[in-house]
Design a protein around this ligand. Structure first.
Ligand code: PMV
Length: 327
């Protein structure tokens, strides 16, 4: 009999050029292309077992039964996989992350990348990386990028089939470090799914989307040429543009806390003083300080002197999703 269980491990990613807003919310086709670095050290491990004796999906996240909202999102994703595979059974899903969820550290990216790989394998589907990326995107746009390691671009896509990610350069290409300055571990009040729906209400969103290909081209080149100064300028501009959209949505979304702004200002000063560092912030208040490996220890030392910092996570470029074959 087919063993209908599998376990997969995936890492979150930090977007250098961010996706915000969907052109097709049902398919989660992003309004604009995006580019990220997959993060080593942080990970979600997800085990999925289909069992024809179950009467509903049983979903456990970080040791607790999933909330109604999280469970229905996982079940919706499993439904896609049941449809593709023809397997009707419900599943046991057990997911464990080694970092806080919902605080702007892209927990949905690693969660849906791991769920997609584990569930599709458990269901007997033999999907290639592109197909996994398309399917992961249906769970969470940024998850499409976490299928791959290193530096990864996600195309905006006109249709389901062309909304996928691909690797721009492997993890070994450039030893950047993401020092995540954690100012809160609390779950954000507005998740990114709700945030994406608000994006079109900001008059800035159309301008941000229209300019995205220019930012993508500059960012891609900066990565390929390992040009830190150009990367820093475009990464900060892109993050500021996304937060401008958030703050001018109706109702407005404020993810930044006073501590976030304080760190942003420090980072700008450190770069003026010669350190290779820039900031970028996702849908949460924690600040990702992207730096060269060479300057990362000095940046970390300086970060530790700032009041209000709870923790610092140090992440190098990491690998894409992997099935755990010991399971
Ligand atoms: O994948 P989602 O729906 O959680 O959206 C991610 C949105 C940002 O993290 C803010 C930006 C990005 O491109 O990762």
């Amino acid at each position: 009999m087919l063993d209908k269980r599998a376990t997969a491990i995936a890492s979150p990613n930090i977007a250098f050029i961010k996706y915000w807003g969907n052109r097709d919310p049902a398919l989660r086709l992003p309004a604009n292309a995006s580019l990220s670095m997959t993060l080593a050290n942080l990970q979600t491990e997800t085990a999925v077992q289909f069992d024809n004796l179950l009467e509903s999906d049983q979903i456990e996240i970080n040791g607790n039964p999933a909330s109604v909202q999280a469970a229905s999102r996982v079940t919706e994703h499993l439904d896609l996989i049941r449809t593709l595979s023809g397997l009707p059974s419900f599943a046991n899903v057990c997911s464990l992350s080694n970092f806080p969820a919902g605080a702007g550290i892209a927990s949905s990216a690693s969660a849906f990348a791991a769920l997609t790989a584990a569930a599709s394998s458990a269901a007997g589907l033999d999907l290639d990386m592109k197909q996994l990326s398309i399917l992961a995107r249906r769970g969470s746009g940024s998850a499409a990028r976490s299928i791959f390691g290193g530096f990864v671009q996600l195309f905006s896509g006109e249709t389901d089939e062309d909304g996928y990610a691909e690797q721009l350069a492997p993890a070994e290409h450039w030893h950047l470090v993401d020092l995540i300055a954690v100012v809160t571990k609390e779950h954000k009040s507005t998740g990114s799914s709700a945030g994406h729906l608000l994006a079109p209400t900001s008059p800035i969103q159309a301008v941000r989307v229209q300019d995205a290909d220019r930012r993508m081209a500059i960012c891609k080149n900066a990565i390929l040429q390992k040009d830190f100064q150009t990367l820093a300028q475009i990464v900060e501009q892109d993050s500021n543009l996304m937060h401008s959209v958030m703050m001018t949505s109706d109702p407005p979304l404020h993810y930044l806390e006073p501590e976030s702004i304080s760190i942003m200002k420090h980072v700008t000063r450190w770069r003026e003083d010669g350190l290779a560092v820039c900031y970028t912030i996702d849908a949460g208040p924690n600040v990702h300080c992207i730096c060269s490996f060479e300057d990362s220890h000095e940046v970390e030392r300086q970060l530790r002197s700032i009041d209000g910092l709870l923790d610092i996570y140090r992440c190098s470029p990491g690998n894409g999703v992997a099935l755990n074959t010991n399971n």
